[in-house]
Design a protein around this ligand. Sequence first.
Ligand code: MN
Ligand code: MN
Length: 302
Amino acid sequence: MNINELSKEDVDDLRKACKIASQALEYGKKLIKKDVFLLDIAESVDKKIINLGGEIAFPSQLSMDDLAAHFCPTKNNNPVLENQVVKLDVGAHINGFIGDNACTVDLSKENQELVKASRDALNNAIKIIKPGTTLSEIGKVIQETIMGHGFAPVRNLSGHGLGKFQVHTSPTIPNYDNQDSTRLKQGDVFAIEPFATNGEGIVIETSNPNVFALTNKKPVRDMTTRIVLKEIEKYNGLPFAKSWLEKKFPSFKVNFALKQLANIGMITEYPPLAERGKGIVSQAEHTILVEGKKAAVLTENI
Ligand code: MN
Ligand code: MN
C-alpha cells in the first residue's frame, strides 16, 4: 500500500488505526505480569481497541518463549504467566486500514539482551529508511544488529506490506540480507518486525491452530457449521481467534465447525510457529510510512 494512492479520509483512517494499535499495545504490555491468565490479557487488549474507537485487525496474540507468533489462548489452552518471555502482537483497523505493532516482555529477567536485540534491530532499520532504501539493506541492518547482540534473526519470518483488509501483502521485509534490490518509495506503508532468537533462527508450524481466517467461500450443508460460519463472516476475511467463537458457542461445536471448514478449504489455519531449535524468541514491530527523507513511525506512542 502506498498512501499516494489513498484518499485523505483513507490516510486519516490509517493514521488513527495505527495510533489505536500503539495505545492498545502499550496498555496490554502493562497487563503482562506473573499469575495472570493469557486469555484475560487477550480479551482486555481486544476490548481496548474497540473502546479506543478501532476495530480488531487480528486477534491479540501472546506467544511465549520458543513460540514466535500465532498463539492465541483458548478456553482449554489458557496458560498462566510465570517466568516466560512474552511477545504481544496487536493490530487495529479503521475501515480496513490497519496498524500492526508488537513488543516483548521478559518476565524471566534472564533474556533482557534478547529483547534488546530485536528492539535495536527495529530502531536501526527505521534509521536507514528513506525513498530508495532497498529491502536487502533493511534486512542486513536487522541481521547485523541481532548478531551483534550474539543472537540469530529468524529468517523465515518477515515484515510485510499492509493492504485494505489485508494484514500481509507484498513487499516482504526481510530479517536478513536476502539480496532483494527492490527500493522503497515515498508513501510506502509496511510493517517491520525483527525476531531474535538464541536458537537456530528458523520457525516451524506446530499443531492445534487457534487463529484462522475465512479465505474461500463455498457451500456448506451441515447446520452447526453454517451457524458458526455466519459468525465468522462478520470478521470481513480478517484473522479471528477460536476464543471469539467460544464466547458464542460451546467449544465442541466450534471445534467441529472449524474442522469442517478447514477440510473443505474455506478457512486458512495459522498454527503457532515454534523456533526449531527450541530457542527463546523476542520480537519488536512497528508500522512505518516512508516520507520524503525518512521513516515516520505510525505506531509510535507519543
Ligand atoms: Mn504484528
Ligand atoms: Mn506484522
